[in-house]
Write a protein that binds this ligand. Structure first.
Ligand SMILES: Nc1ncnc2c1ncn2[C@@H]1O[C@H](COP(=O)(O)OP(=O)(O)OP(=O)(O)O)[C@@H](O)[C@H]1O
Ligand SMILES: [Mg+2]
Length: 274
């Protein structure tokens, strides 16, 4: 009686070909091909109804996998950045305060300043869109694959006080702040002045980033001339501003508060509904 010759390659192929859909689903899960897994049934149906070739179907499935991985990566980067919203330049009403230097904002949004190690300082009255534009630039940087660390300045400095008594916790907290390709310190001096240890911390962060030519984007509604009061120390304010303004784009925001426009619109709606 002849002995059966087992060909491992054929056996594997046969096994594969005889897999049921739930078995394929389990294999895809095991292989972590979640993008293929999510669209497999649809793509198989599509292939049957549209007479697609094996290669066409395979490439669509691979594209589904790549798309899913890309969007999950973007989501992870967004979460790590600390941003609380996905602001864009497209949803900014440039006609509302036409004095805002639109061209400079778009230039910064193109992110060249980050690769060149420059910084930016947005100054101007409340509600004129400084934080909005800063977040839009930060989100563009996230989408471009850069490491972004966004924080409200007051909050970051307060958190630094909390970890002050443990050098390990302080080091861990500071690592993303110092290492990011772009650090955004939003609303500096908004709630309070930054005095004592916090002023020193701010100086240390800006100095270390300045030495590395790592970009910082600061927004504030306090004019530069007032910074020595906000920091309670003229020498420190000069040291900070000296480094900050050395390789920085200073963007002056002007005009009316958009918050007032929104509040007025709400008031009009309430009145007309009554
Ligand atoms: N020109 C604009 N078009 C659309 N939305 C705007 C515009 N300007 C401001 N906003 C919106 O108004 C709100 C306030 O703007 P934002 O927080 O950017 O102001 P700000 O200049 O940072 O103010 P503050 O100095 O008080 O921090 C936000 O919701 C922002 O999206
Ligand atoms: Mg702001």
């Amino acid at each position: 009686m002849p002995t059966a010759v087992v060909n491992p390659a054929t056996t594997t192929l046969e096994n594969l070909m005889s897999m049921t859909l739930p078995e394929i689903d389990a294999a895809l899960r095991q292989l972590r091909l979640l993008g293929v897994r999510a669209t497999l049934e649809t793509r198989v149906l599509e292939a049957q109804f549209s007479n697609l070739s094996v290669l066409e179907t395979l490439s669509t499935l691979l594209q589904d996998e790549l798309d899913l991985r890309q969007s999950r990566l973007l989501q992870r980067r967004f979460t790590l950045s600390g941003l609380d919203e996905r602001a864009t330049l497209a949803d900014f009403d440039w006609g509302y305060n036409p004095e805002i230097p639109k061209r400079t904002c778009f230039e910064l949004h193109a992110l060249k300043f980050i690769t060149e190690g420059d910084s930016a300082l947005f100054c101007g009255p409340p509600g004129t869109g400084k934080s909005h534009i800063a977040k839009a630039i930060a989100y563009a940087a996230v989408r471009a694959g850069l490491r972004v660390h966004y924080a409200e300045a007051d909050e970051l400095l307060a958190q630094l006080q909390v970890v002050a008594d443990s050098s390990l916790r302080r080091h861990r907290f500071l690592k993303p702040v110092l290492d990011a390709d772009l650090l955004v310190l939003d609303d500096l001096f908004l709630h309070r002045n930054v005095m004592g240890q916090s002023a020193d911390d701010l100086q240390m962060i800006l100095h270390r980033r300045y030495k590395r030519r790592a970009s910082v984007l600061i927004t504030t509604n306090r004019v530069i001339d007032d910074w020595h009061m906000c920091l309670g120390d003229t020498a420190l304010a000069t040291a900070i501003l000296d480094r900050l303004l050395h390789r920085s784009v200073l963007v002056k925001f002007q005009g009316r508060s958009y918050r007032l426009k929104e509040a007025t619109a709400r008031l009009v709606n309430v009145t007309s509904a009554e």
